[in-house]
Design a protein around this ligand. Structure first.
Ligand code: MV4
Length: 454
């Protein structure tokens, strides 16, 4: 097992990894920017190295500085968390070339999944259901139109280098395709330096359901059920749960087996997530694979009673996978409490947390790096806390979430708590019958608690 792990991240995920390492008897090294010198990940690790000023490119994204920090502290392995360098194949490669184990999949798997069009073609070859569309990329608007006529409108044009919604255009009919192609290509080229596009049938009212997988290097792999992630705003998830209210044991088995077939096909190692769209007829289609641990991993942990970070570290150290497939034991829900103002289009609200009281008690988990007096810097994401509740049934998890949200006191910054209080009473959320369009198309703004009156 590793003796010392460097965590190339910040915030709650850095803390989550430090905690797992502590429990495993592994020493930890934090890296931090000057914006984070008062952060808990710096205080809770055994060692900490300042790697630069606040901008990501000068600190948490700066590969030479992170590798230097690992070298001077004599770390064995590097955990990338999520975001920053977590899905940078070049970084994973440099880690192993400089003698550090990258806690994640092989660089080749990261690179393969980073190109969405290649990932889709690979998964199709592995027998995973994919949305009908162009094999590979489309080179010009004329080829795009031919593919669209074949699969039938509406279609969606997507950037191969994209993910998370950038460089996407929905096309309703043939007269719109040229414009969509040109604007998507321009956007993709500007955002990713790669203008390649592919086309697929547009799925209406889709749900986002993802499968957690974990594989070791000895050929063992398992799927750890699904997470329902359809409540999103601008491709940022706000609420996640496991199990999904719409997934039957039969569908779970099908999606899980398909995910594992995909992993086996690419000899996947480590933790990963297969993202699927599920249509109104409960057909499922592979969308993307995330080759990292995800923000919402705690709902899987609390539903199954497992520790994904511990397992991720163990398989990276070469141990044999000990997790086994099992039906959900509990229903778990996570809400993301962000320093954002839900009354003002979720505008970021960084600043000093003057008062903080965190909820607790039966069936409640908080993953947070925030403490009273801490200043949330404006430089990074706005996640303040992940509040997870879990119980025997979905309705008991929701009852605990309502209670926990009522106990939560945070002053000094605006947060998404009022949004989540509203959601835990919203009949569409309670029914489980929602899709990815909820935030854009449902009535919810006038149901937020009156401002200043929780
Ligand atoms: C789609 C789709 C409908 N049909 N593909 C959005 C982000 C990227 N990962 C893929 N996305 C979508 N792809 C087809 N063929 C609808 C979306 C989509 C979406 C997907 C998951 C969660 C939220 C979403 C919000 C808008 C659009």
């Amino acid at each position: 097992m590793f003796k010392k792990v460097l965590i190339a991240n910040r915030g709650e995920i850095a803390l989550r990894v430090i905690r797992a390492c502590r429990e495993m008897g592994i020493r930890t090294v934090s890296v931090y920017s000057t914006a984070d010198s008062n952060s808990l990940h710096v205080k809770f690790s055994d060692e900490a190295v300042c790697i630069g000023p606040p901008p990501g490119r000068d600190s948490y994204l700066n590969i030479p500085r992170i590798i230097s920090a690992a070298a001077i502290t004599n770390a064995d392995a590097i955990h990338p968390g999520y975001g920053f360098l977590a899905e940078n194949a070049g970084f994973a490669e440099i880690c192993s070339e400089t003698g550090f184990t990258f806690i994640g999949p092989q660089p080749s798997a990261i690179r393969l999944m980073g190109d969405k069009s290649v990932a889709k073609d690979t998964m199709r070859s592995a027998g995973v259901p994919v949305v009908p569309g162009s094999p590979g990329t489309v080179e010009d608007p004329e080829q795009a139109r031919r593919v669209a006529e074949e699969v039938g409108f509406p279609v969606i044009v997507k950037a191969s280098a994209g993910g998370g919604g950038k460089g996407m255009r929905v096309v309703q009919g043939p007269d719109e395709i040229e414009h969509a192609f040109v604007t998507a290509q321009t956007e993709a080229l500007a955002a990713f330096g790669d203008g390649s596009l592919y086309i697929e049938k547009f799925i209406e009212e889709p749900r986002h359901v993802e499968i957690q997988v974990m594989c070791d290097r000895h050929g063992n792999g398992t799927f750890l059920n699904e997470r329902e992630c359809s409540i999103q705003r601008r491709h940022q998830k706000l609420i996640e749960e496991s199990p999904s209210p719409i997934i039957s044991p039969e569908l779970r088995a099908k999606m899980g087996e398909a995910s594992l077939a995909g992993c086996e096909y690419v000899n996947y190692e480590g933790a990963g997530t297969m993202e699927f769209l599920v249509d109104r007829h409960r057909n499922f289609y592979f969308m993307e694979m995330n080759t990292r641990i995800q923000v919402e991993h705690p709902v899987t942990e609390e539903s199954l009673g497992i520790d994904l970070i511990r397992e991720q570290i163990a398989v990276a150290a070469g141990e044999t996978l000990t997790l086994r497939q099992a039906p959900p034991r509990k229903h778990a829900i996570e809400v993301r409490i962000n320093a954002e103002d839900p009354y003002n289009d979720f505008r970021p609200s960084p600043g000093r947390v003057t008062t903080l009281h965190l909820p607790g008690g039966h069936g409640v988990r908080i993953d947070s790096h925030v403490y009273q007096g801490y200043t949330i810097p404006p430089n990074y994401d706005s996640l303040v806390a992940k509040l997870i509740t879990f119980g025997e049934t979905r309705s008991s998890a929701i009852a605990k979430m309502r209670r926990a949200l009522d106990e939560f006191v945070i002053e000094g910054v605006k947060t998404t708590i009022p949004f989540h209080k509203m959601m835990m009473e919203h009949e569409v959320f309670l029914s489980g019958q929602f899709d990815t369009r909820f935030i854009d198309t449902s009535e919810w703004r006038d149901r937020l608690p009156k401002e200043g009156h929780p």
